[in-house]
Design a protein around this ligand. Structure first.
Ligand code: SF4
Ligand code: SF4
Ligand code: SF4
Length: 400
């Protein structure tokens, strides 16, 4: 097993649940777990003796190569273009005949344009099982499948575990992946990995699209809490939507009505790794889409690469999207300040690691002391609450 993943990611509740390590594991011994992947234990039985095998012998540690949490710090990709975008009415298909500015609708149009233009031959998207409301990962290979996706980015699913189905089972050669910003970080890390065994994934990955994110919720517990607090039957709910802008979680029911719940009431159900996240606006994605900073009725769309730019141009040329240059950049900057706060949380994680090391190696204690003073000096004696108020923090990660 990768000791580094275990001690630096899982043990510190830093796993974002992207699923990259599970997809890349050469021996298929990593499986989904509630807060972090679980390593399968294999045993050898000889007569009455049982030996636990080291399943990871001779593996070059592919799991580490894709893990976004193994990167000390992520430098944001420079934005090429920042616009407000909404869907254009195109009759009866896709979001009906009225313009829509929901990030999910804008992302669907981008995918449709990318497929129609031959830029991609499939996309990993999240869908919802209509009976259980559980999130499901889907590899969509047709425009129809993209349009039919209900997708909720707010209920956690390990997105990148679907890469093997896309690359090996379906043989896709130009893949788009839609996910949270940490999923785009995982893809960026994979693209930069220097191991030829990972080439099939790297060659297939063409486009990463991230939806702005302040945290994802554990599906089972959240659905149960919703049903209980809203007093509605599980089968009455068509989909869930979270809006950090309004601080509300909304259940859209099959009869067309909606019920809402303050996000603060379910914040304890957020994945622990989200409290260690340093990317809110998809700084590693080819295209990021979200509500922050957008003109009324639109979504903010940030293009950060040639692939993203080509995709947006295709959507505009096909008349699937319309854009405006009107974007509230101050609001976007505020989101970046949120990143600073989370980076400090990561610095404290690092200090914890150093302290653990120093228990075994006394020579490291002076180094730990210096790091401790450096970190605490930054807060200048202010309480955590004072720091948050100063930073205008309004994000409900639930971990403060
Ligand atoms: S070290 Fe190799 S076999 Fe072990 S979990 Fe990581 S990728 Fe899988
Ligand atoms: S962050 Fe992603 S790659 Fe890293 S341990 Fe968690 S699921 Fe695996
Ligand atoms: S808050 Fe961060 S870690 Fe959590 S799902 Fe969103 S991007 Fe990933």
């Amino acid at each position: 097993m990768s000791k580094r993943l275990e001690t630096e990611v899982w043990a510190l509740d830093r796993c974002c649940g992207c699923g990259d390590c599970i997809a890349l594991c050469s021996k298929g011994v990593l499986h989904n777990g509630p807060e972090a992947p679980i390593l399968e234990k294999r045993q050898k039985n000889l007569g009455l003796s049982h030996t636990t095998l080291d399943t990871c012998t001779f593996c070059p540690r592919f799991c580490e190569m894709g893990c976004p949490r193994m990167e000390e710090e992520w430098a944001a990709l420079e934005p090429w273009r920042v616009v407000s975008a909404r869907t254009r009415p195109i009759g009866a298909i896709m979001a009906g005949g009225v313009p829509a500015g929901e990030p999910g609708d804008v992302i669907k149009r981008l995918l449709v344009a990318a497929m129609a233009a031959g830029l991609v031959d499939g996309a990993i998207v999240s869908d919802v099982d209509p009976w259980t409301l559980q999130p499901q990962l889907k590899v969509a290979t047709t425009v129809g499948e993209v349009v039919d996706t209900l997708g909720t980015p707010y209920l956690w699913a390990p997105t990148l575990t679907a890469m093997n189905e896309a690359v090996y089972e379906l043989g896709l050669q130009a893949l788009a992946v839609v996910g949270t910003p940490c999923v785009s970080q995982g893809l960026r890390k994979l693209r930069a990995a220097d191991n030829s065994r990972l080439d099939p994934y790297k060659k297939a990955l063409r486009l990463s699209i991230a939806e702005f994110c302040t945290g994802v919720y554990k599906p089972d517990l959240t659905i149960d809490a919703l049903v209980e607090k809203m007093e509605i039957g599980r089968h009455a709910v068509k989909r869930l939507e979270a809006s950090p802008r309004d601080g509300l979680l909304t259940a859209v029911l099959w009869d067309g009505t909606t019920r809402t719940l303050p996000l603060s009431e379910v914040e304890g159900l957020m994945r622990l790794g989200c409290a260690r996240c340093d990317d809110y606006v998809g700084e590693s994605a080819d295209i990021a889409v979200g509500t922050v900073g957008a003109k009324e009725g639109y979504a903010t769309l940030i293009v950060r690469s040639q692939a993203g730019d080509t995709c947006l141009r295709a959507a505009l040329n096909m008349g699937l999207l319309e854009v405006s240059d009107e974007v509230d950049l101050a609001a976007l900057n505020m989101a970046s300040r949120e990143k600073d706060r989370r980076q400090r949380a990561q610095a404290f994680d690092k200090l914890t690691m150093m302290m653990l090391d120093a228990l075994a190696e006394p020579l490291k204690r002076a180094e730990v002391k210096k790091a401790f003073i450096r970190l605490y000096d930054k807060s200048e004696g202010k309480s955590a609450r004072a720091l948050l108020e100063e930073e205008n923090c309004n994000v409900t990660c639930g971990q403060c």
